[in-house]
Design a protein around this ligand. Structure first.
Ligand code: HEC
Ligand code: HEC
Length: 289
């Protein structure tokens, strides 16, 4: 008798939960498909949505940065280097001591804030992790593909000093240092022990970091439908690369590093990909059926 009753209660509870979930899903779908949620960068998120996103971001960064080992960050040379790197790579979005970000930086959504208060909200390891890996769906780039690890730490050492820097300090720091040497190929030198066959897992990430997915649909890479270059899948079955180079993993590397050298009139741009990264990408592409 009692057993029957508790079974009835459990059944009713489960049915109610299922109905509520169904109603929630329907409401969600209607909101999604009706297009009423404003996506333009001129409307703010609701405070609730903003807080939820921020909380999720914070928890994720802290979770992912827990194995980061912070090196000594107190050399004046490193600070000067960091200041110059900040001026050239970060200031147009984040602004700096005594000046705001560029006009387009000001109208980004989410807004890249001045980093003077970053140390109040983040541990040093978090700042390094964010700078290295970027933040998805925010516009904050992953700098590991543009700066060496040493340069990343230099920028971090500079960001740590920001709260103490006046506009004059900043000017003095950045005046002393000329523009750092071009860092486009920096990633190549920061990659330890390059595997001659490439690392497919790294390659998959690199394919998005060099914006290959802006033009190509790539097997296994999330992205929108794009129609500029051919979908990159099943390359192994092709005889030639763009009808010119015999298909092989090594020739894929050649193509990715310098497509213009293979075909002077190709629409594929030279993307300044260091060979080590191209090897990783070729290793990934080679495996996609
Ligand atoms: C193209 C614009 C852009 C550039 C360039 C850029 N950032 Fe960002 N950054 C962002 C955006 C957008 C956010 C996210 C803001 C948010 O979600 O609130 C962000 C967030 C951050 C955060 C977390 C800030 C916080 O207080 O939560 C740090 C730290 C950071 N960036 C460091 C850097 C460094 C260091 C550089 C230069 C190496 C850099 N950023 C270059 C756009 C940029
Ligand atoms: C601006 C657009 C654009 C970008 C960005 C781009 N590609 Fe291409 N890609 C093309 C076009 C167009 C072709 C076809 C070229 C031709 O036929 O001359 C092509 C051809 C290729 C091919 C040969 C495909 C075949 O079937 O022969 C490969 C491989 C390739 N791209 C890889 C990449 C990789 C890796 C990246 C990123 C580093 C990249 N592409 C970035 C436009 C682009």
């Amino acid at each position: 008798m009692l057993a029957n009753r508790s079974r009835l209660i459990i059944k009713t509870a489960l049915a109610t939960l299922a109905l509520a979930a169904l109603a929630g899903a329907i409401i969600g779908l209607v909101v999604l498909k009706s297009g009423i949620y404003p996506i333009g960068a001129t409307t703010q998120h609701l405070q609730l949505v903003h807080s939820v996103l921020e909380e999720g971001m914070r928890a994720s960064v802290q979770q992912h940065s827990r194995n980061v080992k912070v090196p000594a960050l107190d050399s004046p040379a490193q600070l000067r280097r960091g200041a110059a790197l900040f001026r050239d790579n970060c200031a147009h979005c984040h602004g700096g001591p005594g000046f705001a970000q560029s006009d387009w930086g000001k109208s980004m959504q989410p807004l890249p804030g001045p980093l003077v208060d970053a140390t109040r909200r983040w541990e040093t390891a978090d700042i390094y992790w964010i700078t290295k890996n970027g933040i998805k769906m925010s516009g904050m780039p992953a700098w590991q593909y543009h700066l060496t690890d040493e340069e990343l730490w230099s920028v971090v050492s500079f960001v740590r000093q920001l709260p103490a820097l006046t506009a004059r300090d900043y000017q003095r720091l950045t005046e002393e240092v000329a523009t750092p040497a071009a860092t486009a190929t920096a990633a190549a030198t920061s990659t330890p022990a390059v595997l001659s066959q490439g690392d497919p897992a790294r390659g998959k990430v690199a394919l998005t970091q060099y914006a290959c997915n802006a033009c190509h649909r790539i097997a296994g890479v999330t992205g929108s439908e794009v129609f500029v270059g051919k979908p990159l899948a099943g390359l192994q079955k092709q005889q030639f690369i763009v009808g010119k180079l015999p298909m092989s993993q090594d020739n894929l590397v050649r193509w990715i590093v310098d497509p213009k050298a293979v075909d002077a009139h190709t629409a594929m741009p030279v993307m300044n990909v260091p060979e080590a990264d191209a090897r990783d990408m070729a290793a990934y592409l080679w495996k996609q059926r």
